[in-house]
Write a protein that binds this ligand. Structure first.
Ligand code: ADP
Ligand code: MG
Length: 467
């Protein structure tokens, strides 16, 4: 699957964004630095000009005032006011009255005298000087120097700086985008190829002709794909071989289970027909001998009775063997009766364990293979419980809801840790028997939690395996 990268996380975007941010910061610093240099230079120059000019004006005014020549004083000031940076000149006498005022911004209220041109707020640097003649105070001169020149220079420098910065940023973005595009396009090829490999297409190869880092990576990628491809093929071959072996093994187990079942049936019949007949004959002959020797020979009679006892015992043993090999009740009375019989016989042998059998649903016509499978599973479970479980209660339940047939055998015994390797063939045999008729076999157990066995057969699946 191909993941589309979001804009913010894309390499291309991050590359451009970081370059542009660095550019903006550096250029802003540069512009700010330029402006502050201009400001300092202009301020210094203005302060020097202002203080030397006002000094000179104060001196000249002093001499006119001593001579009381106010006409020449006015003339002088109207010349001076033409100086382009000067916005006003006001002369006041000793008592603070205005003697004369020149310039556009001659303020009614006296301005506060500024100490530093850069700290002015109204755009005019106000400065004052006492007028003294021979040490005697005559009055005061107040002048204002306009800062518009400096502001013009600063504005111009700012505009120029921003223009240069913009051009530089645009050029950088273009260059970065071009390099970035080329770079990320090739990275994109790498990522696409990786996605292809992920989807199982090992035929992808990347071009390696550019002789740079990306090409080296691409070459390494190609080698890796070849390696992965050959290993995957090898693994697949091995896997299919093991799958085949496993299938054959299971087939073998299924067949041997069937053969075993067939053989048991055959032997049971043989025992019944042959040995059973012989034992009956021996029994009959022994009885005859006993009756005939009853009044004649006590010794012969005792021997005949002994033969009858032994043959009767052999008959019981043969009968029990026959039952284990193939319970005739299964064939004669069906699964339910056979299971009840098995549970009763087991309970009689194990009175310390309460064993119950419950059943519900349609269980009469399950077919011989299913019947024998269910019977053998119950038989093996009961054997295991008597051998390993040490339980107080066993519940065997068989239910058919029309869709699924479920056999469960639950005991409350010591249980077993299923993660450990269990020896024995009982559990494996049950699983294989279940599998052979298309059933599903489950074991649940833990130490002290008993063992819970569940065999489910879907009725559709059952029909297929029905003989
Ligand atoms: N009902 C049970 N309760 C506790 N442990 C069990 C039970 N059934 C089986 N086991 C454990 O599982 C092992 C494997 O069982 P099985 O395959 O039938 O082999 P076997 O009965 O020949 O030992 C047993 O050895 C025993 O440890
Ligand atoms: Mg067993």
């Amino acid at each position: 699957m191909y993941r589309s990268t979001s804009l913010l996380r894309s390499l291309r975007f991050r590359l451009i964004a970081s370059v542009v941010s660095i550019e903006v910061i550096m250029l802003s610093l540069l512009v700010w630095n330029n402006i502050s240099i201009i400001q300092t230079t202009h301020t210094d120059r203005l302060r020097d000009t202002a203080s030397s000019m006002i000094q000179q004006i104060a001196n000249t005014l002093g001499s006119y005032m001593v001579a009381v020549d106010y006409a020449s004083l006015d003339d002088y000031l109207s010349n001076i006011i033409n100086y382009k940076e000067l916005s006003y000149i006001v002369v006041i006498d000793r008592d603070g009255n205005t003697v004369t005022a020149h310039g556009k911004a001659s303020p009614k209220a006296r301005p506060t005298i500024d100490s530093h041109p850069a700290q002015v707020t109204d755009g005019v640097f106000d400065i004052a000087e006492d007028i003294k003649v021979a040490g005697q105070p005559m009055g005061r001169v107040l002048t204002g120097f306009s800062l518009s020149n400096m502001e013009d220079a600063i504005n111009k420098s700012r505009t120029r700086g921003i223009t240069i910065a913009s051009i530089e940023i645009i050029l950088t973005v273009v260059a970065t985008v071009l390099i970035g595009l080329g770079f990320t396009r090739r990275l994109g090829m790498l990522s696409n190829a990786a996605t292809q490999v992920e989807m199982g297409n090992y035929s992808v190869t990347l071009p390696t002709d550019t002789n740079d880092e990306v090409a080296t990576t691409a070459a390494a990628f190609n080698r890796m794909v070849t390696e992965v491809s050959s290993r995957t093929r090898q693994l697949e071959q091995e896997e299919s071989r093991s799958r085949k072996l496993l299938a054959e093994n299971r087939q073998l187990i299924h067949t041997s289970l069937e053969v075993q079942e067939e053989e048991r049936k055959h032997m049971a019949r043989e025992l019944h027909d042959e040995l059973g007949q012989c034992l009956t004959a021996i029994q009959a002959d022994a009885e005859l001998i006993r009756d005939l020797s009853h009044d004649t020979d006590k010794k012969i009679e005792t021997s005949a009775v002994a033969i009858m006892d032994v043959s009767s015992h052999v008959y019981d043993v043969v009968h029990s063997m026959m039952h284990r090999l193939r319970p005739s009740i299964l064939d004669n009375l069906g699964l339910i009766e056979a299971l009840k019989d098995e549970v009763d016989a087991w309970s009689a042998r194990h009175p310390e364990t309460r064993c119950t059998f419950e059943q519900s649903g349609e269980l009469l016509d399950l077919g011989e293979r299913t019947n024998i499978t269910l019977y053998r599973v119950v038989q093996e479970c009961l054997t295991n419980i008597s051998k390993h479980a040490n339980s107080n209660e066993v519940i065997i339940a068989l239910h058919n809801d029309g869709r699924v047939l479920t056999l469960s055998i639950d005991d409350d015994g010591v249980g077993v840790d299923l993660d450990t390797r269990l020896s024995g063939l009982g559990l494996i045999g049950m699983r294989e028997r279940a599998d052979a008729i298309g059933g599903h076999f489950e074991i649940n157990s833990a130490p002290d939690k008993g063992m819970h066995i569940r065999l489910t057969i879907e009725q559709m699946a059952k029909t297929e395996h029905h003989e």
